[in-house]
Design a protein around this ligand. Structure first.
Ligand SMILES: [Zn+2]
Length: 245
């Protein structure tokens, strides 16, 4: 009798306590089931604030480096447009090595030096095995980023995943044509870009496996924008609100 009790106690302990003993999740908070897959997909995507992501894996890829706190060496830097909070020469310098390739539009390229590949919407390039497509990125209901500037977002493949970084954009019709996006990094702050509510509609158009809010907490927007974005996509698209690293 006592032995049975002990065995039951051990089973109860394993069932109840073991999950608590597992290492705590370091990354953001998946909103619904499939949490393990989401955690795996997102583990190499680090948010450094605003539109700056450090994506590791085959290569070290930075997007729109701004307010870089730690010195690092990027293999590839993707810059969406020439505004100071995206195209920042002093921040590029902090992560630029002799072999770093910068992909950007012509007006940002003028501010930088090194190995630069200039792109416009529609261009497709391959850098050391990383396929990169420049896609349109512009405002539709404000004038900060007009279409004629030729600024871009990027869809790039890393570790078998297609990642989309939108840049400073509103919800634009081209988004419906983006296919098989695994992770979409979307601005949510409003003012210069789409609001959280507009970003919800954009995410539905794009239909990624995971959507990650960005462009808040630095220049404009705050955590509440990210939370409204997550709330609006509940039951439709998995949202991961990353912690700033
Ligand atoms: Zn901008």
């Amino acid at each position: 009798m006592k032995r049975i009790f002990v065995r039951a106690a051990i089973i109860a302990f394993v069932l109840l306590a073991a999950p608590v003993l597992l290492p705590a999740e370091k990354k953001g908070t998946p909103q619904k089931s499939g949490a393990k897959e989401v955690t795996t997909m997102i583990k190499d995507i680090h948010w450094l604030g605003h539109d700056t992501f450090r994506i590791t894996g085959e290569k070290v890829i930075f997007t729109d480096p701004f307010k870089i706190k730690r010195k690092d060496t990027a293999d590839i830097i993707l810059i969406t447009h020439e505004h100071y909070d995206h195209c920042s020469p002093e921040d590029v310098k902090k992560i630029q090595g002799p072999d770093t390739v910068i992909v950007t539009v012509s007006d940002c390229a003028k501010k930088l030096s090194g190995n630069i590949k200039i792109v416009k919407p529609g261009d497709k390039i391959n850098i050391d095995g990383i396929g990169i497509e420049a896609v349109p990125s512009y405002n539709t209901n404000k004038q900060f980023h007009t279409k004629d500037r030729g600024w871009v977002g990027y869809i790039f493949s890393v570790g078998g995943q297609r990642i989309y970084i939108a840049g400073d954009t509103d919800r634009i019709p081209e988004m419906k044509a983006f296919k098989n996006i695994d992770v979409a990094l979307l601005p949510v702050s409003g003012t210069y870009v789409m609001t959280a509510e507009e970003a919800v509609q954009a995410a539905v158009d794009i239909n990624p496996k995971i959507a990650v809010p960005m462009h808040y907490g630095s220049i404009v927007g705050n955590k509440n924008d990210a939370e409204r974005f997550a709330e609006g996509l509940k039951g439709k698209i998995e949202v991961v609100v990353l912690n700033e690293e």
